[in-house]
Design a protein around this ligand. Structure first.
Ligand SMILES: Cc1cc2nc3c(=O)[nH]c(=O)nc-3n(C[C@H](O)[C@H](O)[C@H](O)COP(=O)(O)OP(=O)(O)OC[C@H]3O[C@@H](n4cnc5c(N)ncnc54)[C@H](O)[C@@H]3O)c2cc1C
Length: 345
């Protein structure tokens, strides 16, 4: 395990903005983690955890130690409670999409809707990744993590992860405390497809009896046509979360904008697509120098090349102010801002 001083982080996040880490250390064995944390503690260095860097905007150089999680390995075992299911455990450093592809080819189903989400397995519970009507919480059994406070490895079952929309305990009370080591999923040995999401239903190849492979192909097809590939255009996917508003607030919005779309939530509250709000406020395709709003998907902020984290942040703040002024709704970031800005977004 080596520590690299003054390390370049520009290629370690999908926004591709320039930033350096005071120290960078790759963790590819679990027993390296307590050693690295102890050394950081002795030197009084703050610790930042990085996976695939696809949900992070680096605003400046990162002080202290950046741990780049590269714990690999995929294991499986029969599910003792369900002969039609398999329990799959993957290391935090495994690539998420490669895990989805691997499971599909093994005949283990349930992840197809989550194909092509960039990033690592270890980050997947942090914001409870979701797409096309499925979220991680639907298949997750447990998360093994290193608890930096008790200095112990612990396991949290799904029901204790406090999963919500792009949310979990790892973003809340266990933020900065839990370093995820591996994730265990329950997948079906029988073909199962979830095709209830509107964007899927509109696709000509979607049908109730389609195979998991066909569903996987459709999801990849839709994503490739809608979202910019980070290798071509720096971005971190959806920059903002979809705001959730009360039924009264939604009724007020609808009175003024009758075509405002909405998704139901598990409560009476209503989720409004942030992309619609940003688009209607006139931001789609807008450029501010080297950064801008994607011209096909208003929820995605992009680095056209040579942009900085501060430039993206300034653009995000303009959008937040403009949407709030137009609709009275305050957008919150989905992307993690590192280091956290003092005045928030
Ligand atoms: C083009 C594009 C499309 C996307 N589409 C979707 C989508 O459809 N649905 C969706 O949910 N997300 C989407 N995302 C966001 C992103 O892919 C996910 O949030 C992903 O899970 C981030 O993984 P990562 O390894 O890159 O995490 P990073 O960006 O490295 O880190 C994200 C956060 O997780 C923490 N973290 C990372 N690894 C660990 C660990 N092992 N232990 C503890 N904390 C950790 C980091 O500290 C940070 O706070 C998209 C991103 C892009 C670029």
């Amino acid at each position: 395990m080596t520590w690299q001083a003054d390390a370049d982080l520009s290629t370690l996040t999908t926004f591709g903005v320039p930033a350096r880490a005071q120290w960078l250390c790759s963790i590819d064995q679990e027993d390296q983690l307590p050693v690295a944390l102890q050394q950081a503690d002795r030197k009084d260095l703050p610790v930042t955890v990085l996976g695939g860097g696809s949900n992070v905007l680096l605003l400046a150089d990162v002080p202290g130690l950046v741990l780049h999680m590269q714990l690999m390995g995929i294991r499986h075992q029969p599910d003792p409670d369900d002969s039609n299911a398999v329990l799959v455990t993957a290391g935090a450093g495994e690539n998420w999409h490669q895990l989805v592809d691997y499971c599909l080819h093994k005949g283990w189903h349930g992840l197809e809707n989550l194909a092509l989400i960039p990033g690592s397995v270890g980050a997947s519970p942090v914001q409870n990744i979701g797409a096309y009507g499925v979220e991680l919480a639907d298949v997750l059994v447990s998360v093994r993590y290193f608890d930096t406070q008790s200095v112990q490895v612990r396991t949290l079952d799904r029901d204790d992860c406090q999963f919500g929309y792009r949310d979990s305990i790892f973003k809340q009370s266990l933020k900065q405390q839990a370093i995820i080591l591996s994730v265990t999923l329950r997948l079906s040995r029988e073909p199962r497809t979830v095709v209830t999401y509107p964007a899927l239903l509109q696709h000509p190849d979607v049908s109730a009896d389609m195979s998991p492979q066909q569903l996987f192909d459709v999801v990849c097809d839709i994503r490739r046509s809608k979202l910019p590939a980070p290798a071509v255009l720096g971005n971190a996917g959806s920059f903002f979360r979809n705001p959730v508003v009360s039924p009264d607030a939604y009724a007020t919005l609808q009175a003024r904008w009758p075509d405002i779309p909405a998704f139901a939530t598990s409560t009476a509250d209503v989720k409004v697509p942030a992309a619609w709000l940003i688009d209607r406020a006139g931001w789609k395709g807008v450029r501010r120098g080297a950064v801008g709003v994607h011209d096909k998907q208003a929820l995605v902020l992009v680095n056209h090349g040579g942009g900085t984290g501060q430039q993206v942040l300034a653009l995000a703040r303009e959008i937040v102010a403009s949407v709030e002024q137009t609709f009275g709704v305050r957008l919150q970031p989905e992307v993690c801002l590192v280091p956290a800005p003092e005045s928030g977004l």
